[in-house]
Ligand binder design. Sequence first.
Ligand code: SF4
Length: 868
Amino acid sequence: MTQVRTTCPYCGVGCGVLATAQAVQGDPDHPANRGRLCSKGSALAETTDLDGRLLHPVINGEPADWDSALDLVASTFSRAIAEHGPDSVAFYVSGQLLTEDYYVANKLMKGFIGSANIDTNSRLCMASSVAGHKRAFGADTVPGQYEDLEQADVITLVGSNLAWCHPVLYQRIVAAKKRNPALKVINIDPRRTATSDLADIHLSIRPDGDAALFNAVLARIADRGAVNKAYVAAHVSGFDAALQAAHASNPVDSGLSRAEIDAFCDLWIGAEKVVTIYSQGVNQSVCGTDKVNAIINCHLATGRIGKPGMGPFSVTGQPNAMGGREVGGLANMLACHLDIENAEHRDAVQAAWRAPTMATQSGLKAVDLFQACASGKIKALWVISTNPAVSMPDADAVARAISNVPFTVVSDVMARTDTGDLAHVLLPAAAWGEKSGTVTNSERCISRQRPFMAMPDGTRADWQIICDVAARMGWKEAFDYTSPAQIFREYAALSGVAAQFGRDFDISGLSGLTDTAYDDLRPTVWPVPKAGHQGGRFFANGGYYHTDGRARMLPIVPPAVQKQAEFPYRLNSGRVRDHWHTMTRTGKSARLSQHIAEPFVEMHPEDALANGLHDAELAELTSPSGRGVFRVLITTRAQRGSVFVPMHWTRAIAPAGLSNAMVAPVVDPVSGQPALKGGFVAISRFKVGWYGFAASTAVMEPTRPFAAIAKTRTGWQAEVAGCKLPKDWESEARTVLNLSGGTASVLSDPVRGTARVAIHDGVILQGVFFASAGPTAVARSYVVSLIGTSADALSALAGRPGIDQPDCGAVVCSCFNVGVNTLRTAISKGASDLDSIGKRLNAGTNCGSCRPEIQALISASLQSMAAE
Ligand code: SF4
């Protein structure tokens, strides 16, 4: 089967892949990854089936044809606009969209409907970086490129668990450090993450202590005479005010000791080639934009920007967050980095689009948009390729707000999502592997996403759906595209208009691409002002985009320490290694679902002690806006007073496991980005009557007070807990397992509060259920492996393998299904480094995403062996 060269649909690294419907491998020629992939990218072929897909439009829960659905969407939006004005409607779109999809959605809303009420889930991801770039540089320009990581002497990571969230960049740093052991890596994060294990120094900063820390660095830069006076004099304004603010701020507010700050400053100031990478730990904060500018201030003061091996570097979370920024997908931007509130820019875009009306001011940003849904201001809402009922802060209130909108449309690839469940109309979109277009990664590299499978009957590309609606609203001529290539050419030509206003984003050199040349487009770093010219770094010699051509340093005042007496724990949230966003895609892969199969709360041992909690028990977290129930994971990697909860679990798979239900809708005042890492919670013990684990051939419903389902190779598994002991364990087991037929074998001990139930259909084991008074101790991977086999009741109810069958334990290496027990055994038998583990077990030798965890296991095992 012919391999197609395309791009991974997950994170902002934007790795190239070679794909068929059966297999995906890294593209050795793509500059982002040179053949590497992480665990998520490696498992892409497991996520492309039609299981769970939306394959026809739906109106009010009933299947419908495309014409009826599109007519209804167009007429309802048109009527709302006619009766209540253009600002009565809104689009909420996604960094998952391809640039061409994004471009036409933005064109429709801003140039034809005449409102700027289009915002995107990228608001949750990097809006503070955009705002910080615009304040400092005059445009949303990323100065550097990935190769800077290989050229740097010091890499500082701020609020960025690269090992799990941008794994291939992490692998590039690992390789760079191996080649150049003098390369120093500093990790700044309240948590000790997998990324910290690579770092020479881990700085467990206080949450939001970043601004105080980088103010301290700026003050030291000046004190030590490390200011690049020539660069500042020629290219930078605001130095004195920024330095004054830095001197006025208290380094102790960073939460670090003087010795830690000294060590950091020695490294950061002492090396010329410094890259500072930052992501959501910086952005998702009430002071995210200030944190971005505190970092950029230090690079501007030293002139360490835009040259090989140096510069501030915001890495985006989503595959096309950058593309969305470029097309003006945020409510406060116009296409091609033009400004919505600049009349000349608006007129130029209006002329290029031949648009009847243009939005003249910023629209509603994400949090405001859903609050307008709640208040009744929004009469028609179109959510495209995203799941705000889970991902927005105050997620339960957002779900209620969406329910309050008189007419909600959701375009998605999946039939069931928490947001789709609230829609009046569902429109089935084409998925990754079926659709065609471009994406831009964190280093400004535009890559093609090419189809390698036919679109399933009943689905359409997002750009096509948007154009179909636009045509029915009366704008057929302006949206009469026949291909993504045609959209791309228009967009590239518009960037040439933007360049005439001195904007950075110029890909007009691609505006003449033929359809064939577009199909063949190689990864291309912008700017591309002329055919054949591409890329490069910005700002080594100034050339900023403020009208005077100078950058701005900003005076940064770090925030006061935030506390809430009744909710004393700071709630941090983020990704796990093997899942993506709300799991609609990665949740389809058994391999990915086995690494971490339930929502958890990571907490420091002393905080666990203070709340009477033990490992693997359940904790209830409450905040003013919501609650959740999570498995307790006690670790010194957590900072005292802070807890961490992953962001991926939804109502459909773990109803009590939504991190964002507990986060207040507080935003950064400059960027409008929600402070998703700034929640406050109280912790209590969740009163559990029984704990359980179940594995079944059937899809289970997560209906118990605590329940989290996950895909396995043979069906599904569930972690469950109930508050009251059931009267009949067999009946309880059948309900949890979703198995009504077959023969049940039951073992129960009322005194100890335990029960075990196995259900066979003939000789085939259909399901096993375990319940106990405390956390259920069974060998999960072993139990799961028995489902669908002819294992007898005795083996199933034993819950662990016999003496002759080793229990591999929880999966660490997803690619080769190597568990923690297997790894520990190999280490005890002399495999004392990653290479020897790889040789014996293959673990860590494919995508490499598990290597930090294996290394941590090796270190811990060797330490305990030495202590024995
Ligand atoms: Fe995809 Fe992983 Fe590459 Fe990100 S690092 S683009 S998730 S393969």
